[in-house]
Design a protein around this ligand. Structure first.
Ligand code: NAD
Length: 257
């Protein structure tokens, strides 16, 4: 398959979970992929597993300097940058009244500031790409179902993920004249290492928590990272050339309830 043939995609947080599945799927569809992650060991392993069509760069997306380096690296390595998937993020659970300033800053940095910093670094390259492709360039974000609705004790995460949806809507309008499409994925709970960080606040044991999750999903199964990657592929592909400003639930029907 070659739905992304000739394109270069940079994915943050691609060393694990959803980002890893997206990197593998984009590469399988013909893209050259920049695996950007703060975790060198796992990030490098993902790039190695893809082979010559992938390259790893160590990047903490909360550093503007490292974001600029990662975006430039894509062009140095593969000659262009057509797709940026801002996927990296981190968990938060706990009562809002107990949140100290350091936690507030850390969670918003990882889930929102870093996302904006990488976006700012990438836009000039995406504008250049869009000038040469009638279907335009693409910015994609991993928000969450918590970007569209809320539940108790997820306050900072929910603020950040709602913030991403706001950013997507604003940028979709701002960058439409340059033919850069801007969309978000809003997955429900997916079994990745991050989920393990959320579980203790949800149920006494792992199986019980999974059973509870499944019971809330109309399609009665949990999404796999590959389900999220399939939605990502569509949104960044030229087939979605008329779709921008969308926050797409990948949730087995939860938002319909
Ligand atoms: N797993 C879920 O249930 C779920 C549901 C909805 C949304 N999400 C979102 O999906 C995204 C990916 O989560 P995941 O479940 O794959 O988690 P994960 O923990 O498996 O992967 C997150 C990756 O991001 C990297 N990362 C963390 N901080 C970083 C930083 N500052 N700079 C660069 N990389 C950094 C980590 O090293 C890791 O490789 C996150 O934004 C998360 O909020 C996850």
């Amino acid at each position: 398959m070659s739905r992304l043939a000739g394109k270069v995609a940079l994915i943050t947080g691609a060393g694990s979970g959803l980002g890893r599945a997206v990197a593998a799927r984009f590469a399988a569809e013909g893209a050259k992929v920049i695996v950007a992650d703060i975790d060198e060991v796992h990030g490098r392993a993902v790039a190695d597993s893809i082979g010559a069509n992938a390259a790893f760069i160590a990047c903490d997306h909360t550093s503007s300097e490292q974001d600029a380096r990662a975006a430039a690296f894509a062009v140095e390595k593969f000659g262009r940058l057509d797709i940026v998937h801002n996927n990296a993020g981190g968990p938060f659970t706990g009562p809002f009244e107990k949140v100290d300033d350091a936690t507030l800053e850390r969670v918003l940095r990882i889930n929102l500031f870093g996302v904006m910093q990488m976006t700012r670094a990438a836009v000039p390259y995406l504008k250049e790409s869009a000038r040469h492709n009638p279907a335009g360039a693409s910015l994609l974000y991993t928000s969450s179902l918590q970007g569209l609705k809320a539940k108790p004790n997820f306050s900072l995460y929910t603020v950040a993920k709602h913030g991403i949806v706001g950013l997507v809507r604003s940028l979709a309008l701002e960058l439409a004249p340059q033919n850069i499409r801007v969309n978000a994925l809003c997955p429900t709970v997916v079994a990745t290492p991050m989920l393990e960080a959320f579980l203790p606040g949800m149920a006494a044991d792992h199986e019980e928590a999974m059973k509870r999750f499944r019971a809330t999903i109309p399609l009665a199964r949990m999404p796999e990272p590959e389900d999220v990657a399939a939605a990502a592929l569509f949104l960044v592909s030229d087939e979605a050339r008329m779709i921008t400003g969308v926050a797409l639930p990948v949730d087995g029907g939860q938002m319909a309830m």
